[in-house]
Design a protein around this ligand. Structure first.
Ligand code: ADP
Length: 444
């Protein structure tokens, strides 16, 4: 049977309360019983002393046990439930009232017996056995008193239960409210409410932490949801423009408005190439971003990868009349998936080329003083503002969108770079004064 957390708390507290109250009343009852028993025995010992002192007085008066008659003393003792047997120093029986016990209906009770010396002038003149049925030390009045005490204990137990019950209910509700709140918040998140802040009304550290974690999860889901929506709109926007151009051009050719000249066909081909590379970049991003992408790490010679990429870029740099300065330190090994490292190098160098109109691009690899490898590309291009530096790694983000449209970028290159670096746990650093060039650094 599944119970709500509130009911579980309530039952648990009730159980604890019942067990502790029962234990307490049991202990109390036992203590009362023992104390009362001890008190009765202390009272009883007075009668033992009286028997002994009467016997000593008798001996002091008669100097012998001859003619001793213990009838009266036996009666007195029996009133208090006691019996005695007097024996002289030779072990001879002088007097006993214990023979009555043989016929007593009380013999099923435990009979307690002790021995006391009977002295005269500090010399023992005999000994007396005094006995009593232990369970018979209580008078009817004593029994009544005991019953009353036990009834009061029971009443206090029930009263405490009644007084504590409302507190228990308040406590269980206090403890279960934050948990119920978190459960409701999680349900709301499942239903799609990702914009209501989660802050459980709790005072316990664990619940506060759980609530904060759930709120972080909510924020990150909301962010992902926004990104997903933004991505869908960005992709359709990016695809629509070249597709419209293609459609218009092709319709014009079919309608005979344009001649299918080699230049026009080349223009159409360029748009198709742009579309193809956009789709390739998107594929690339989704492959790296998928949760199961784990780079296959090997030891890679950084110099080889960077030099190869620089060689393929040489012609493009010459065409744009920009100097490519390469300063490579040989022998640096980095742990990487080689094709992803190459992609990162390509994207950063190609950006440096794209966003530099004159001057030079310097590509370096070296060991940092903290003993890790660094790949660095600095250009003398347009530079980046502090605000742009924060955003350039977002998908589809482009500084001055119209200008970049001419350079052919869709704003995905650096997003791919960031994903590759994150998957390898590398750090990227961007430096720029916003005017005279930019430096990208990857710390391996
Ligand atoms: P794109 O395909 O548009 O180049 P990226 O993701 O590679 O997309 O870069 C995002 C934006 O960052 C670019 O549009 C550009 O405005 C800016 N950027 C990237 N590299 C540089 C650079 N070296 N100098 C100046 N701006 C740059």
């Amino acid at each position: 049977m599944k119970l709500s957390i509130k009911k579980q708390f309530l039952l648990l507290f009730l159980l604890v309360l019942l067990v502790s109250l029962t234990l307490l009343s049991f202990l109390l009852r036992n203590t009362v019983e023992n104390c009362f028993y001890d008190y009765k025995w202390a009272e009883q010992s007075k009668i033992f002393d009286l028997i002994v002192s009467r016997l000593e007085t008798y001996y002091a008066e008669h100097k012998s046990w001859k003619g001793f008659n213990g009838n009266e003393l036996a009666k007195l003792a029996m009133k208090e439930g006691c019996y005695f047997t007097l024996i002289d120093n030779n072990g001879e029986l002088i007097w006993t009232s214990e023979h009555i016990i043989g016929n007593s209906p009380d013999t099923s009770y435990r009979y307690w017996r002790n021995i006391y010396p009977v002295n005269f002038h500090n010399q023992m003149q005999g000994k007396v056995y005094i006995g009593q049925f232990t369970d018979k030390i209580y008078t009817p009045n004593d029994m009544l008193f005991k019953e009353e005490v036990y009834t009061y204990i029971l009443i206090s137990l029930l009263a405490s239960l009644l007084i504590l019950l409302p507190f228990i209910m308040i406590l269980s509700s206090m403890l279960s409210t934050p948990i119920l709140y978190l459960q409701k918040s999680a349900e709301n998140m499942i239903k799609g409410d990702l914009h209501t802040e989660i802050r459980a009304p709790a005072s316990s550290l664990e619940i506060i932490k759980l609530s904060a974690s759930l709120d972080r999860l909510r924020k990150s889901l909301a962010q992902q949801e926004d990104l997903r929506k933004q991505l869908a709109s960005n992709i359709s926007h990016e695809l629509r423009t070249p597709l419209n151009v293609l459609q218009n051009q092709l319709e014009a050719i079919i309608d005979g408005i344009f001649e299918p000249t080699p230049e026009r066909l080349d223009g159409i081909l360029q748009e198709v190439i742009r579309l193809t590379s956009l789709v390739a970049e998107l594929e690339n991003i989704s492959a790296i971003e998928s949760s199961d992408f784990i780079p296959i790490i090997k030891d890679v010679k950084l110099a080889n990868v960077v030099e190869n990429v620089c060689t393929t870029f040489e012609a493009a740099f010459q065409r744009k009349n920009i100097a490519l300065v390469v300063q490579i330190k040989k022998g640096i090994i980095v742990k990487a998936q080689e094709d992803k490292l190459k992609q990162l190098v390509i994207n950063i160098i190609s950006n440096a080329l794209k966003y530099t109109d004159s001057g030079k691009v310097t590509v370096k690899t070296y060991m940092h003083k903290d003993d890790h490898a660094v790949f660095e590309v600095s250009d003398t291009g347009v530079g980046l503002t502090d605000d742009d530096k924060e955003k350039i790694f977002e998908r589809f983000y482009r500084v001055e969108k119209s200008r970049n449209r001419n350079t052919g970028g869709a704003g995905l290159g650096l997003s791919i770079v960031k994903n590759i670096a994150d998957a390898h746990h590398w750090k990227i650093e961007v430096e720029s004064d916003g005017k005279t060039g930019t430096t990208f650094r990857v710390h391996f």
